[in-house]
Design a binder for this molecule. Structure first.
Ligand SMILES: [Ca+2]
Ligand SMILES: [Ca+2]
Ligand SMILES: [Ca+2]
Length: 316
């Protein structure tokens, strides 16, 4: 009888564990994003250094003219995120050895895709293999083609992928507070951008809040407006890549933290008090020197005069 009870207990516990796992949000990695703000100018503000680096180095998918041989020279990136009461900021530096030069024929070229799952709905429960449809009412899917300005295709610099959230489509797509700075570098490009929070997000964006996030770097290696590789922060789960569109595109996790405390000011070493009476007299050399000089000259003069007088007296 005892054995039977134990068996039922184990089966129940196993079923509970499996059920918990099935509803778990698919987050494998976590990066801290510090409280702070930044100027959108393509330069790394000091505040970003308080956040964890988010490194995109996982080759998620090969498409178009891409081959396995291209993986050795794929683009890689490091990003830093900041948050404050009004905005999310993200700075990304990309190394891309195959920059494009031709005008763009679409938005799938050298650039960056970012996914923000603020409601953490990208769960295994929502879909057995991850994401379904969109990122909910508060989701954001934004994109930039980094060389858009340089190749005369400005319309692809800020790209909002529609129908991925109500928040993005209604609040962000024509919002003048959204800013972006793409800067071409000798080794690739830097992309810095910010987007404002709506009232619902302002209510939940706080220290300690966690949300789903993924970043994908698109690498066009043949200059034909068709990306060949996609490189992500997240890594494959059960052979399903974070960038397998329509199936997974799973998000990893951002944890919002406070800005670090400023270092305490150094305590000044105690200097023994010097009483006024004991304080040495200060001498101003600029004014003192001529006085001393005059005194010395007049003294010498007096001595010389006395000596001459004595001499004269002796001679007399
Ligand atoms: Ca900056
Ligand atoms: Ca490229
Ligand atoms: Ca290509």
């Amino acid at each position: 009888m005892k054995k039977k009870v134990c068996f039922i207990l184990i089966v129940t516990l196993l079923a509970a564990a499996l059920s918990l796992n099935a509803s778990a949000v698919l987050h494998q990695k976590q990066a801290k994003a510090s409280y702070g703000s930044a100027e959108i100018d393509g330069k790394l503000d000091d505040a970003y250094k308080n956040s964890d680096p988010i490194e995109a180095r996982f080759m998620s998918s090969i498409a178009n003219q891409g081959t396995e041989d291209d993986v050795d020279r794929m683009a890689t990136a490091v990003s830093y995120m900041l948050w404050d009461e009004s905005n999310i900021y993200i700075y990304t530096e990309v190394t891309d050895s195959t920059p494009i030069t031709n005008p763009l024929a679409g938005n799938s070229s050298d650039g960056i895709e970012m996914f923000f799952d603020f409601e953490n709905i990208n769960s295994a429960e929502a879909s057995p293999i991850g994401r379904v449809g969109n990122y909910g009412e508060l989701g954001v899917f934004l994109k930039t083609c980094a060389y858009a300005q340089a190749v005369g295709s400005q319309e692809y610099e800020t790209v909002w992928i529609e129908n991925f959230s109500t928040f993005q489509d209604e609040f962000l797509m024509s919002n003048p507070d959204c800013k972006i700075a793409n800067v071409i570098t000798p080794t690739g490009y830097i992309s810095e951008r910010r987007f404002p929070l709506n009232d619902e997000l302002k209510a939940i964006i706080k220290e300690g809040f966690k949300f789903g996030f993924q970043i994908a770097i698109l690498d066009d290696m043949t200059d034909d407006s068709a990306r060949d590789l996609k490189i992500t922060w997240g890594e494959a789960v059960d052979d399903i890549s974070p960038a397998t569109w329509g199936q997974s595109a799973h998000c990893d996790e951002i944890l919002l933290t406070a800005a670090p405390e400023p270092p305490a000011p150094e305590t000044e070493a105690e200097v023994p008090a010097v009483s006024e009476a004991a304080a040495p007299e200060t001498v101003n050399p600029k004014t003192a020197d001529p006085v001393v000089f005059l005194f010395a000259v007049s003294s010498l003069g007096a001595v010389a005069a006395a000596a001459t007088k004595n001499k004269k007296n002796k001679n007399k």
